[in-house]
Design a protein. Structure first.
Lengths: 361, 361
DNA sequence: TTCTGGCACTCTGCCTTCCAGAGTGCCAAG
DNA sequence: CTTGGCACTCTGGAAGGCAGAGTGCCAGAA
């Protein structure tokens, strides 16, 4: 499937390389690296020069490929487990592959339809996240992680005040991402219905559509609009609201596909344990996703991951959100030896559709 | 540690056996089984007659033990991996061990204090459950599962309807446990403010204070109170509400300690995959805990578990709750070769303390 | 220069063989 | 019923051998 593209691709690579002035990596050497990565990802076995020439028509002999391999090894892109074994890409090799040799593989039309269909059935935010994470795990056959839309980046869709008792008010905050937060407010005295209605409508006018962090500023002057006798109540409600807003708390995370870890590799128990441990720590996962760039897809390969337990895994993550704003991150965690183009394609597609779903609801 | 108890225990066993008329299992044979289970759990290796006599002072020769072992094997309590290997307890053997040979090992005072201290820091329900599950995983070094307190007994605190768009209504349900659920309702036509207000107040009168499962019955006649033209809208809202109520009854579950699976055994990847798969399925876990008896601890050993993937695991579970009522279940999942007395002790202790915490809050 | 075929060399992975050790079942005697 | 003795079986690990795959290097060709 790659032969058809090779001519164009090579030229493209050559151009890019020239731009970047990377001398020692000529066109063919990069093709060799790409072939190694592809083969290794497919077979999970070190790949040798002969097999490489057979499977990819590189147009040169094994001996030549061997020379290129030696050069690639010198530069640290590939590595030999033992003398006289095939080569395996290093983290640096994967990095180069991802940066310049691979293109995100778009989902096929049926796949896109399936994603759409699967996510469309969701009834609420929890369900959206749950479906997303499972879908992602299934598509990539890896461990999927989805962060709940964070409060700090979303906007106010609605605020509701409900009198539960003479001096008790329930404050409900609904964000554009579908998240609902509620707080019970103990008021200093009985609250009149009319005051409550007034406050409610003023809150709505002042806050709806605003990003959460901006709301306190916008409502600062509010108590002044009320009778002095009502101000304590208004202040308490406002304080509670601000508190709720400020608690951009508990970034929650959902996980799926841990069973896919069993396909990790041969030296399996050694690799899997730290990974499972990492996955149990919400903090680690949050930091992991936190490292994701705000725009564009982030790929962290092997040792590029801060957390040691994930040194033999790669993390592909991306922000998602309604509209252009990214409100949270999602991603997958798999062995460094993963199908990067496919994984990146799946992650990107899923993120896009979740964003749409969120925007619609 | 067992020798000190052996005299009393043996008599007790003998008595119990007489009561149950199990002839072929005399006192010593049971002691042998107990020793086998203990040793196997400790070493993870098939245990032979000689080693058994050396480690436990059974007061007889290896040859005698061999005879007993042969008998135990005939009865299906133990099993030989290969001719001329030691013996391994079967599920049936563990069952007998748990039923009659083991006693729940109480936690030590420092352990109890640690449990108490660890759980006391919890700030809300989520936190209680999260702490509990982690604690349990740590104590038992196995996979822990905690079910959220059942909501079927909680009541409606408030229902709110908010018009977001001409034909879109946000339905918010708040329970007395502080849980908030919201749904977006697509109405068949434009909804008038007055209709909405009317519906809202009727919902409140009919539902507030009622246990969730009773709400549908109480609101059955509601559409009849409205103009025929409004009934479709009312019906849609009601349907959504009932759906939400029903979903509230779907219990949630929290999980921890999956990393402990790596200590499962030698034939590791084969065993662990189905287990991980099972753990991902909330449904499976819920069914698993659902099988727990309402009172007392339940131990399901190996093939006693309905779910096939858990055929080589044992599940120790127990109900917990505030006061005498069990509101939910918790438990651990581990290899059939687990320390039953210790695990049961930990599970029981944790359940007890969680109950107390819930009662206090 | 750059590529290529050839060649000697090295290493793994796998298979076989072999042996010690642990464990058993059975039997005859206490 | 228990026990010591004995012959037998089976695993697990060590040692050795062999085929296959892969490499590096070199000298000659393009």
């Amino acid at each position: 499937m790659y032969s058809e593209r090779s001519a164009d691709e090579r030229k493209a690579d050559a151009r890019r390389l020239d731009r970047r002035e990377i001398r020692p990596l000529d066109e063919r050497r990069l093709a060799v690296l790409r072939a190694i990565v592809q083969d290794y990802v497919g077979t999970e076995e070190p790949v040798g020069s002969k097999a490489l020439v057979e499977r990819h028509n590189l147009g040169v002999s094994p001996a030549t490929v061997r020379n290129d391999m030696a050069a690639l090894e010198d530069d640290g892109f590939i590595h030999q487990p033992h003398t006289s074994a095939g080569r395996i890409p290093t983290d640096k090799g994967y990095r180069l592959f991802v940066d310049r040799l691979a293109e995100v593989k778009p989902m096929s039309a049926p796949e896109r339809r399936a994603i759409r269909h699967f996510l469309d059935g969701a009834v609420d935010l929890d369900d959206v996240v749950a479906r997303t994470v499972r879908l992602l795990a299934q598509l990539t056959r890896q461990v999927a992680v989805v962060q709940y839309p964070s409060l700090s980046r979303s906007t106010v869709r609605h605020i509701e005040l409900v009198a539960l008792a003479p001096a008790k008010v329930m404050l409900v905050l609904i964000t554009n991402t579908g998240r609902v937060e509620q707080r019970l407010v103990d008021c200093p005295g009985t609250v009149g219905e009319s005051v409550l209605a007034d406050l409610r409508s003023r809150l709505l006018t002042g806050a709806v559509g605003r990003p959460l962090p901006e709301v306190p500023g916008a409502l600062e002057e509010l108590p002044a609009a009320f009778e002095p006798s009502d101000r304590p109540t208004v202040s308490v409600v406002l304080a509670t609201l601000f508190e709720t807003l400020a608690e951009q708390n508990e970034e929650r995370i959902m996980l799926a596909g841990t069973a896919n870890l069993t396909r990790f590799g041969h030296d399996f128990p050694l690799t899997i344990q730290p990974v499972l441990e990492a996955l149990e720590e919400q903090v680690v996962l949050l930091r992991l996703l936190g490292e994701t760039a705000d725009a564009g897809m982030t790929v962290r390969i092997g040792h590029e991951n801060e957390y040691e337990g994930l040194n033999s895994t790669s993390v592909v993550s991306v922000g998602y959100g309604s509209g252009d704003q990214s409100v949270a991150k999602l991603g997958v965690i798999g062995p460094t030896r993963m199908d990067y183009p496919g994984t990146m394609g799946a992650v990107r597609a899923v993120a896009r559709y979740v964003g749409q779903i969120l925007a619609e609801s």
